[in-house]
Ligand binder design. Structure first.
Ligand code: FES
Length: 146
């Protein structure tokens, strides 16, 4: 099966994040910490975030998982650092709609960046949980700190 140029580009972006993860590691004590796993495969993520004055100032992740889950975690941390909590939650909702193949609205305040590379996952329902693992961890952590 031939892939079009956009599919090829998206695959390259995903593999780049998988092989060269951004924000890999763990923040020091005092940060928000969330551990979550994908019950269907046991893969896991350990996410730490620092929130100051309502803004996510840093985020790091560790874990084990497939290329989709780890690339998505890398993209997620890259995207939320510097965002305020509401904006990070909004991005997570947009991501959730995108990954399920639903319509979603973007306004000028939203820049999906590399995240768009994961939109093809919507064609593979079994992989949606892989892509959303890190985002659900982020939402859980930010919801609990309120
Ligand atoms: Fe486990 Fe994707 S197969 S997170």
């Amino acid at each position: 099966m031939a892939f079009n140029n956009l599919d090829t580009l998206y695959r390259q972006v995903i593999m780049d994040h998988y092989k060269n993860p951004r924000n890999k590691g763990s923040l020091a004590d005092g940060s928000l910490t969330v551990d979550m796993n994908n019950p269907t495969c046991g893969d896991r993520i350990h996410l730490t975030m620092k929130v100051e004055d309502g803004k996510v100032t840093d985020a790091k992740f560790e874990g084990e998982g497939c290329s989709i889950s780890m690339a998505s975690a890398s993209m997620m941390t890259q995207t939320i650092i510097g965002q305020n909590v509401e904006q990070a939650m909004k991005l997570s909702q947009i991501f959730s709609e995108m990954i399920q193949g639903n319509d979603y609205e973007l306004d000028d305040s939203v820049d999906l960046g590399d995240i768009e590379a994961l939109q093809g996952v919507s064609k593979f329902p079994a992989r949606i949980k892989c892509a959303t693992l890190a985002w659900k961890a982020m939402e859980k952590g930010l919801a609990e700190q309120k």
